[in-house]
Design a binder for this molecule. Structure first.
Ligand code: MG
Length: 254
């Protein structure tokens, strides 16, 4: 079921969005050569506790998960592209790290992701990150009352194709509200003018993620982490946005 939220409810989501943005900013600052993924998870966990927020991940146990996630953060490094389960790994020079974080504050969820290279960066990796960021911006720009859901996907897909990247459609954006994952599914490709009409009050996470060399993935033996089929690196950018009569409102803006 697709829920629409009134302006007061959307205002009430702002603290969750601001908090998620602050956690991602802290993680970007903390991510450095030698820093362990478990330290990043612990940092997010301490910020959650201090804020009195609730993790959306720690007890997350969907049908495809072998067990509850158990951590508060997704850390996907290099060929790990989505849903990376933090483990005992110290970041190395040139690693491409994507962090995805969702929690609820005052009962409202926000969800966002960002990618960064630690240490000396390969320009090819920076270009991949930049493509996901541009695709996210294009998707947000298309999230206008009167447009259709396909306009968002189309805008994202165009940016990917212009960069020579193919798109995996198994995972994409989603409705956000009292829970992390709601309707509608927001694919990272689509046909302009097609699909669900976008109305004021729709709150969605838009989250383009692309890999250098493939659109195929497989699940790591840890049961969660999704890796590129060919070992190529991935990047991921995500914001939670509200569609309003005044245009898209980025709730997780830094
Ligand atoms: Mg997310």
């Amino acid at each position: 079921m697709i829920e629409l939220y009134n302006p007061a409810e959307i205002s009430a989501m702002r603290p969750a969005g601001a908090f998620v943005a602050s956690v991602l900013a802290a993680l970007r600052d903390a991510a450095a050569v030698g820093v362990n993924l478990l330290e990043l998870d612990a940092l997010a966990e301490s910020m959650i506790a201090e804020r009195g927020a609730t993790s959306c991940y720690v007890d997350y146990h969907p049908s495809f998960g072998a067990m509850p996630f158990g951590k508060v953060l997704c850390t996907s490094v290099n060929d790990a592209v989505l849903h990376g389960l933090p483990y005992d790994y110290a970041l190395a020079d040139g690693d491409l790290l994507s962090v995805d974080f969702a929690c609820s504050v005052d009962g409202w969820v926000a969800d966002a992701a960002t990618s960064v290279v630690v240490g000396s960066a390969d320009p090819v990796d920076l270009a991949l990150i930049s493509t996901t960021e541009h695709a996210l911006a294009a998707g947000i720009a298309a999230a206008q009352v009167g447009n259709k859901l396909g306009d968002i996907g189309s805008a994202i897909g165009e940016v990917a194709r212009a960069a020579g990247l193919s798109i995996n459609l198994q995972f994409g954006g989603h409705g956000v509200g009292r829970t992390m994952h709601g309707d509608p599914h927001v694919p990272n490709d689509g046909r302009p003018g097609r699909g669900l009409p976008l109305r004021a009050g729709l709150v969605i996470a838009i989250e383009p993620w692309f890999m250098h060399g493939t659109d195929q993935i497989f699940t790591d033996p840890d049961g969660w982490t999704l890796r590129s089929a060919d070992g190529s690196r991935g990047a991921h950018s995500e914001h939670t946005i509200a569609i309003t009569e005044d245009g898209p409102l980025v709730l997780t803006a830094p």
